[in-house]
Design a protein around this ligand. Structure first.
Ligand SMILES: N[C@@H](CCC(=O)N[C@@H](CS)C(=O)NCC(=O)O)C(=O)O
Length: 320
């Protein structure tokens, strides 16, 4: 591939990622932002799309959960190795980690090869998840919050009626869901990264206080409730859950979010998290603690130079 000649190491090696002048981490916006719709460039079809994920990645896990909930079995999934090294995410052909896959479409070695196939001049980060189009050999969308909305509705005419009827972003709850997403994303989902990736004491302290302030708010919201919005599962639960499930195993230690952990410090959040994990297969089947822990502790060598992966907490998640 001609594009391979270009040096993209500054895009693949997370330890070379720059923070802002004040030491704060700022996440770049995703670049591929198309949708799937009738009459559009990407039509709803059963044998056309493919999902590339990492079990380690919270954003990718959102898409895995939504795919399972909606029964989108005709969108196959390929899982990368959790050990994101100098070339970014590898497939199993390069790093045969348990439960990682080879790339079945192009036998790519790394996720970066897919991005460079879609756009040889791509200058952003080579992130997962990727919703891939097998027909046009390109990326439809690489922004999880949009992929889950595509999955929520785009294939409704191609799936059984009971699955099509499931709506995790229902019209009448949208204002409430949007309002929650607005502070849960910066405060918690991205807040833990801003805490962990900060390179100054000030930037870290600002972020970590925001994380726990936001968790305190969620704890209040979830007191005596099964779901965050109303009495039904919505995308708001999915978006938050993927961060909370990683909190005790990774973010408390690796990202220094250690005022409290979930299991001892947030009873309502813990109950909500456990209930979704143990009672809803879509959540449990999308979670692989080995991938989660190995990824963060091994890949971020600017944070954990020894690459030692801690054994605890034991257990990864408590029983119900
Ligand atoms: N906006 C993206 C963010 C995805 C993202 O940052 N994924 C991380 C893994 S958790 C990644 O692939 N990072 C690779 C890199 O930055 O090199 C989304 O929500 O889908």
């Amino acid at each position: 591939m001609a594009a391979k000649a270009r040096d993209v190491s500054h895009q693949t090696d997370i330890s070379k990622m720059k923070t802002s002048n004040d030491g704060s981490f700022q996440r770049a916006a995703a670049v591929f932002r198309d949708t799937i719709e009738k009459g559009g460039k990407f039509e709803p079809e059963t044998d056309r799309y493919h999902l590339y994920v990492s079990y380690a990645c919270p954003w990718a896990t959102r898409t895995l959960i939504m795919r399972k909930l909606k029964g989108l079995d005709f969108i196959p999934v390929t899982v990368v190795s959790p050990k994101m090294g100098d070339n970014g995410w590898p497939f199993a052909s390069v790093d045969p980690f348990p439960a990682a896959d080879k790339d079945p479409l192009y036998d790519a070695e790394h996720v970066k090869d897919l991005y460079l196939r879609a756009d040889p001049h791509f200058s952003g980060r080579f992130t997962v998840p990727i919703l891939w189009d097998k027909k046009l050999h390109t990326i439809v969308n690489n922004e999880s919050s949009e992929i889950i909305r595509i999955f929520n509705t785009a294939f409704n005419e191609l799936i059984p009626k009971d699955k099509a009827a499931l709506d995790f972003y229902p019209e009448h709850l949208r204002p409430e869901i949007d309002a929650l997403n607005e502070w849960i994303y910066p405060g918690i989902n991205n807040g833990v990264y801003r805490s962990g990736f900060a390179t100054t004491q000030e930037a870290y302290e600002k972020a970590v206080h925001e994380v726990f302030h936001s968790l305190d708010k969620v704890e209040e919201l979830l007191a005596g409730k099964e779901f965050i919005v109303g009495d039904r599962l919505t995308e708001c639960d999915i978006r938050l859950w993927v961060t909370i499930i990683r909190f005790d195993p990774v973010y408390v230690g690796h990202f220094k979010c250690n005022f409290r952990d979930i299991r001892n410090g947030y009873p309502a959040i813990n109950k909500w998290m456990k209930n979704l994990y143990w009672n809803n297969e879509a959540f449990k089947a999308s979670t692989n603690f080995g991938h989660i822990k190995t990824h963060y502790y091994w890949s971020h060598k600017m944070i954990n130079g020894t690459r030692i992966v801690p054994v605890g907490p034991v257990p990864d998640i408590q029983p119900l």
